[in-house]
Design a protein around this ligand. Structure first.
Ligand code: ASP
Length: 448
């Protein structure tokens, strides 16, 4: 069977997997009884769908899919950053890339949170809401800022890798790469070795991406079979408002920034982000999606290696615009719910702390909500207010993660263009990357 025998593109297959998962999950929820289970008998043995299908097959396969993505993150970030930094022709470029990335990331986050606060003040989602809170919520202490900064520097790089501490890995890899570039022949030999490993890891990324239609299917089916929809109705205003602001930021702010800084077509960027966005949506983790984000930036958007390998891991760790949006809307919502008036000074404080909180948020599911505690404390709002919104956070988490990684790719494209490292022919080619994404499992030794 040849590679071209797949009639549908990978993107289409992943999309079908997602929609089918949502439909099957919602149907399972609909037909299950009040206890949340659908039981029937086979040969007089009572079978529980919940146990076998949802908690068993869907949950296990979904976890395996997420684990296999996460498995690639540490080696990928480490190796590709070493390759990226050691190949930088001028040492000053690293500093420039760093300053540009961090400034743009902070700029987009500030825009995001400002949009969120303004929208929440206008819509007033918290006025007159009567929610049944999840009574046993205990607020987790958000780490102090000084710890967040101190934590960036590794004392033991192996430990950093074992714990998947992204900022520490980034710092070690950058230093290692710089030292390699300064080490003459020894550096060149090691660089060639890392380049080969990099190519192999990227191949592994595409192999796992080819299994994504099934992975995404089981994740969606499990989630939609187990999500309670009642809370969404009582929090409809909050829920919809976060979604609308996320959509505005993703579909208006990023396109404007891209057009402004590069003149490139935002429509093309959005189309090419589909796969990565679905990955982010179904895993709720920028970190787990990172391999796909890097693949998209390099093979579809034409972002050069040194920019993509530096800017994207950094973005997956510190740039969380979607999370900042949730935190902005949630803060105003909680203030309105408890009838606390926030002053202009308080709002400025919210913008500052939510920006820092989103920088400190790890790219894994649900952490944005924990970091919200830091924002609430800053303006003396009850941290227990988080209990109000926790019920709908899982669904919002999926959507904001998709926005988070779209922001990372938009910034990487802008920086690549400004550094002369954007392959515009690839950016404009609608089929770019399709070839690299194909994996012929039946003739795998002939894949190249
Ligand atoms: N799940 C988000 C991410 O990985 C972080 C969060 O908002 O909880 O990007």
């Amino acid at each position: 069977m040849s590679q071209s025998s797949h009639k549908l593109s990978l993107t289409a297959r992943i999309f079908i997997g997602m929609v089918a998962g949502i439909v099957i999950g919602a149907l399972l929820q609909l037909i299950s009884d009040d206890s949340g289970d659908l039981r029937f008998s086979i040969f007089s043995v009572e079978v529980s769908t919940y146990n076998i299908l949802i908690d068993g097959i869907f949950s296990t396969l979904g976890q395996i899919f997420i684990s296999s993505l996460k498995m690639l993150v540490v080696p990928l970030v480490f190796v590709s950053l070493i390759c990226g930094t050691s190949s930088l022709s001028e040492p000053s470029k690293l500093g420039r890339l760093g300053i540009k990335s961090i400034s743009l990331y902070i700029l987009t986050t500030c825009i995001a949170i400002t949009l969120a606060i303004v929208a929440a003040i206008l819509v007033q989602p918290g006025a007159g809401v009567d929610v049944v809170t999840e009574a046993n919520y205990t607020a987790t202490q958000a780490p102090p800022l000084s710890d967040v900064i101190l934590n960036m520097f590794p004392t033991n790089p192996i430990n950093a890798m074992a714990q998947g501490n992204m900022l520490q890995i980034i710092i070690f890899a950058v230093l290692f790469g710089v030292a390699m570039a300064m080490s003459g022949d020894a550096g060149k030999r090691v660089a060639a070795f890392f380049e080969d490993i990099n190519a192999i890891i990227m191949r592994l990324v595409t192999i796992i991406m080819n299994l994504a239609p099934y992975g995404v299917f089981v994740l969606m089916a499990k989630l939609f079979a187990t999500t309670g929809y009642d809370t969404i109705i009582s929090l409809a205003w909050y829920f919809c408002l976060v979604l609308v602001v996320l959509a505005i930021h993703g579909l208006v702010t990023y396109p404007i920034l891209l057009k402004l800084f590069t003149g490139l077509s935002p429509l093309i960027l959005m189309q090419k982000m589909r796969d990565a966005a679905i990955f982010a949506f179904s895993t709720s983790s920028s970190s787990a999606t990172l391999p796909v984000t890097i693949e998209t930036a390099r093979n579809k958007l034409g972002v050069g290696k040194s920019v993509s390998s530096f800017t994207l891991p950094l973005g997956a760790t510190i740039n969380m615009d979607g999370t900042a949006i949730m935190q902005g809307v949630a803060t105003v919502f909680i203030a309105q719910y408890f009838a606390v008036d926030l002053s202009v000074g308080d709002y400025v404080m919210v913008v500052l702390t939510a920006t820092l909180a989103s920088i400190g948020t790890a790219g894994v599911p649900g952490v944005g909500l924990i970091m919200l505690a830091m924002v609430l404390q800053q303006v003396n709002l009850p941290v227990e207010g988080i209990a109000l919104i926790i019920g709908v956070d899982r669904l919002l988490d999926m959507t904001r993660t998709a926005v988070n990684i779209t922001g990372d790719c938009t910034v990487a494209t802008i920086i690549a263009k400004s550094e002369g490292e954007l392959d515009e022919a690839m950016f404009n080619d609608p089929n770019a990357g399709a070839k690299q994404e194909e994996v012929d499992f039946e003739n795998f030794s002939r894949n190249s």
